[in-house]
Design a binder for this molecule. Structure first.
Ligand SMILES: CC(C)(COP(=O)(O)OP(=O)(O)OC[C@H]1O[C@@H](n2cnc3c(N)ncnc32)[C@H](O)[C@@H]1OP(=O)(O)O)[C@@H](O)C(=O)NCCC(=O)NCCS
Length: 198
C-alpha cells in the first residue's frame, strides 16, 4: 500500500473523526441504543469520550485507522469477544437491550470480534477495508486467537460482499426484529473466518 492513504494505530485525538465512522458501521444500532438518553447530545458526540479513553473495549487502543491528507478516512475496531460480557450497559433502557438480545445469544465468545469497520464514502472500492482487515487478523493472531467473528446486517450488501471475498462464512443468524428506529430486514448474521497464518 502506498504512503497515502496509510494505516496506523488510532490515537485519542482521532476520536471526533472516528465516531462518525463507527456510527456508519453500526447501521443505526448506536442511535437505537443511545438516542435521546442525554438531552441535547447527539449520539455521535456520546461516542467520543469512550473512544478517546484508554480503557475498555471501546477505546481507540482497540482501533486501527486509515489516514489520507491528514484526515481519518477509515477505521477497524476489534477486540476479544468476551470483553463485551463485562460492558456496563446499566444506563441503556432495558427494552432497547432486550430488542438486541440475539446479538449476545449468537456470539462466539472465544473468538476475536470485529466490532466496526467503515471507510469514508468517497474513498471506497480502493481496497482500504481489506487492508484494515489484514491488521485485525494480525492483532487477533498476536492475541492468540484462531478466528475472527463479526455481525453484519443481512441487508448490508456491500459489507456482505466484502466479507465473502475475505473468506468469512455464516456461523449463525441473529433474529433482530425490524423496528422503526432500526429498520433492517432479515436481522443480523454472525460471520466467522479463521485467522490466516502470518
Ligand atoms: C463495507 C465497506 C467497509 C467496504 O469498504 P471498501 O474499502 O470499499 O472495501 P474494499 O475496497 O476493501 O473492497 C474489497 C472487496 O469487497 C467487495 N466489495 C466491497 N464493497 C462492495 C460493494 N459496494 N459492492 C460489491 N462488492 C463490494 C469487493 O469484492 C471488493 O473488491 P473489488 O473492489 O476488487 O471488487 C464500506 O462499504 C463501508 O464503509 N460501508 C459502510 C459501513 C459498513 O457497512 N461497515 C460494515 C459493517 S459490518
Amino acid at each position: 500500500m502506498s504512503s497515502d492513504p496509510f494505516l496506523r494505530p488510532a490515537e485519542a485525538h482521532d476520536a471526533p473523526e472516528i465516531a462518525p465512522l463507527i456510527l456508519m458501521a453500526g447501521g443505526g444500532v448506536y442511535e437505537f441504543l443511545l438516542g435521546g438518553l442525554v438531552p441535547g447530545a447527539e449520539t455521535v458526540d456520546m461516542l467520543v469520550p469512550g473512544i478517546a479513553g484508554r480503557s475498555g473495549s471501546f477505546s481507540h487502543r482497540q482501533m486501527v485507522v486509515a489516514e489520507s491528507a491528514g484526515r481519518v478516512i477509515g477505521v477497524a475496531h476489534a477486540h476479544p469477544t468476551h470483553w463485551m460480557r463485562d460492558a456496563d450497559r446499566s444506563f441503556i433502557p432495558a427494552d432497547r437491550i432486550a430488542h438486541l438480545a440475539a446479538f449476545d445469544s449468537t456470539q462466539d465468545w472465544d473468538s476475536y470480534f470485529l466490532s466496526a469497520l467503515a471507510i469514508a464514502p468517497d474513498l471506497r472500492r480502493q481496497g482500504l477495508a481489506r487492508h484494515l482487515l489484514a491488521r485485525v487478523y494480525d492483532r487477533a493472531r498476536d492475541g492468540g486467537y484462531d478466528r475472527v467473528t463479526l455481525h453484519v446486517w443481512a441487508d448490508n450488501a456491500a459489507a456482505r460482499a466484502l466479507y465473502a471475498a475475505e473468506g468469512f462464512t455464516e456461523a449463525a443468524a441473529a433474529a433482530i426484529p425490524w423496528h422503526p428506529r432500526l429498520p433492517h430486514r432479515g436481522g443480523s448474521l454472525l460471520l466467522r473466518r479463521p485467522v490466516p497464518a502470518a
